[in-house]
Write a protein that binds this ligand. Structure first.
Ligand code: C2E
Ligand code: MG
Ligand code: MG
Ligand code: MG
Length: 274
């Protein structure tokens, strides 16, 4: 009997590994198909300025719509695009599309928004990344101050000196740099003072905890003061309820982004709420 159990366990383990492997290759297939058939698009989530009481920008988020296989979440396909080397093409497409869209908004009466685009660490480290960004700005006609690049702490994990020099170069052009998912990654506190950033985004994990437990509020509060001491703007990610909003207002958080204000929107819907 114990032998049977052992054997069953082994079989189960094999099966779940097998399932993971086939899900992985399925996603690669969906990605390839999506790239070839224009099934990739961007949605835009507003960033709301609490002091100005208006939308001052929006984050571009990638989506795939596959008519037969259904929708895929970027949390599932981005890591696989990174592993398989597809992220560079996918990422430069997203960057160009987001800049094009923001320029389109500016031409149609909304001249004040910044578009934030997620940049994978692999993209940031690719040869000629700065030139690529400059070319996209030229081609789309968007001024650099209306573009923000969102990077994560992993960008600095491999080589702090390389990352800092790339980010400084981008900033010197006028592009804004935002540190995404703050608090969840590597030992960012070590590098925070050396990082050329304009914005710090408090990860949703810390926003979720607000009000459940008074002690957990302190983390969000501390990140807000930290950002202000560093003279950078702070965005709260994933704000879902008014208790969170009230605390964030009270602590002078600059911007909120979350379902409470708006979900990520299709381009026409964003234009509508602007
Ligand atoms: P992120 O950059 O941290 O984006 C924020 C995520 O939180 C988005 O998920 C957004 O839809 C979600 N979100 C915002 N407000 C709320 C809220 O109130 N409640 C909840 N439950 N979720 C909220 P999404 O669109 O699924 O993207 C997931 C991640 O995939 C992004 O996290 C980013 O790391 C990555 N990603 C998305 N698009 C791109 C892209 O174009 N390039 C790269 N490299 N990564 C991307
Ligand atoms: Mg982001
Ligand atoms: Mg984030
Ligand atoms: Mg995230």
């Amino acid at each position: 009997r114990s032998k049977d159990t052992g054997k069953n366990r082994l079989t189960l383990f094999d099966e779940s590994m097998q399932q993971e492997i086939s899900r992985h290759s399925e996603i690669i297939e969906i990605l390839r198909h999506a790239i070839e058939n224009n099934e990739i698009y961007l949605v835009y989530q507003p960033q709301y300025d609490l002091a100005l009481e208006r939308i001052i920008g929006f984050e571009a988020l990638m989506r795939i719509k596959n008519p037969t296989l259904g929708n895929l979440s970027p949390t599932e396909f981005i890591p696989i695009a990174e592993e398989s080397g597809m992220i560079n093409d996918l990422g430069s497409w997203a960057l160009k599309e987001a800049c094009r869209f923001n320029k389109h908004l500016q031409n149609n009466g909304f001249p004040f928004c910044t578009v934030a685009v997620n940049i994978s660490t692999i993209q940031l480290n690719q040869k000629g990344f700065v030139t690529l960004v400059v070319d996209i700005l030229k081609e789309t006609g968007l001024s650099p101050q209306y573009l923000e690049l969102e990077i994560t702490e992993s960008a600095i994990a491999s080589s702090i000196r390389d990352a800092v020099s790339i980010l400084e170069e981008l900033q010197s052009i006028g592009i804004r740099i935002s540190l995404d998912d703050f608090g969840t990654g590597y030992s960012s506190l070590n590098y925070l003072t050396q990082m050329p950033i304009n914005t710090l985004k408090i990860d949703k994990a810390f926003i979720d905890k607000i009000n459940l437990n008074k002690k957990d509020n302190y983390v969000a509060e501390a990140i807000i003061s930290l950002a202000h001491n560093l003279e950078v703007k702070v965005v709260a990610e994933g704000v879902e309820d008014s208790n969170q909003l009230n605390l964030l207002k009270e602590k002078n958080c600059d911007l909120i982004q979350g379902y409470l204000y708006s979900k990520p929107l299709e381009p026409d819907d964003l234009i509508h709420i602007l």
